[in-house]
Write a protein that binds this ligand. Structure first.
Ligand SMILES: Cc1cc2nc3c(=O)[nH]c(=O)nc-3n(C[C@H](O)[C@H](O)[C@H](O)COP(=O)(O)OP(=O)(O)OC[C@H]3O[C@@H](n4cnc5c(N)ncnc54)[C@H](O)[C@@H]3O)c2cc1C
Length: 206
């Protein structure tokens, strides 16, 4: 059985590897107070069990986060980012997480994990003629292709982790192919797949 102190030890080496920082108790408490005061509607998990689940992915690394957040929508994401940046001297490190199947430990952090797979997993709309589908970032690849099947369409990138890999995680790790993808976050802007998305709905070509 892995205990929290052991994980902390392991996380020290992980932290050096991926360049992440522990916010410390006071800064974390200020962050969470600010977040809840701003109307955050998602869940906050600080118990060891939830943190342990987010302490590993498909890599060799183990890094215990200070807390895990499960935002309920785009506004919650904005609230999280605002609260994390409220003290410019000590910003809170945030790490988005989808299915946790990444192979290099990129979703691991000693800061705060933002898990979008629990609630941000809706397929928003489909344009069969234009061949685009609007999805939230926690939509799993197999879920998307199951939805598209009756229309004779599919999202072509295949990953062996398709039962758990999310569209957000695929875009962030470049597993979605070299396409340009517009991201909706109130306004629309474009970015190259492989760059970090803004965790909001993505319109993806199918
Ligand atoms: C061609 C190809 C290339 C691949 N390259 C890589 C690679 O370079 N590294 C790798 O680890 N795996 C890679 N994989 C494996 C594959 O990317 C993962 O199994 C899967 O796509 C990750 O999805 P996930 O939801 O499990 O993401 P997670 O493991 O949860 O996260 C992976 C990364 O994406 C970020 N992320 C997750 N969701 C979001 C979001 N909504 N917005 C912004 N960032 C987000 C995380 O912070 C983390 O950096 C590759 C696969 C293929 C087919």
């Amino acid at each position: 059985m892995i205990t929290a102190p052991t994980m902390a030890k392991v996380s020290d080496s992980g932290a050096r590897h991926v360049g992440i920082s522990d916010p410390g108790e006071q800064a974390l408490s200020r962050f969470l107070t600010g977040l809840l005061g701003d109307g955050y509607a998602g869940e906050v998990a600080q118990d060891v069990a939830s943190r342990l689940v987010s302490a590993t992915d498909n890599s060799i690394y183990q890094v215990l986060p200070a807390a895990v957040l499960y935002p309920r929508g785009g506004e919650d994401i904005n609230r999280i980012v605002r609260a994390a940046r409220s003290d410019p001297q000590r910003p809170i490190a945030l790490s988005p997480r989808g299915g946790g199947t990444g192979t290099n430990g990129q979703s691991l952090t000693r800061g705060v994990v933002v898990d979008v797979s629990r609630h941000l997993n809706r397929i928003v709309s489909l344009d069969v003629v234009g061949r685009t589908v609007v999805v939230e970032p926690g939509v799993v690849l197999d879920q998307l292709n199951e939805y598209l099947k009756p229309y004779g369409l599919f999202f072509p990138p295949t990953v062996s982790t398709a039962t758990r890999a999310t569209i957000g995680g695929m875009v962030a790790t470049d597993a979605s192919g070299k396409v340009r993808i517009p991201i909706h976050s109130g306004r629309v802007f474009r970015f190259e797949a492989g760059h970090r998305s803004d965790l909001m709905s993505a319109t993806i070509p199918i």
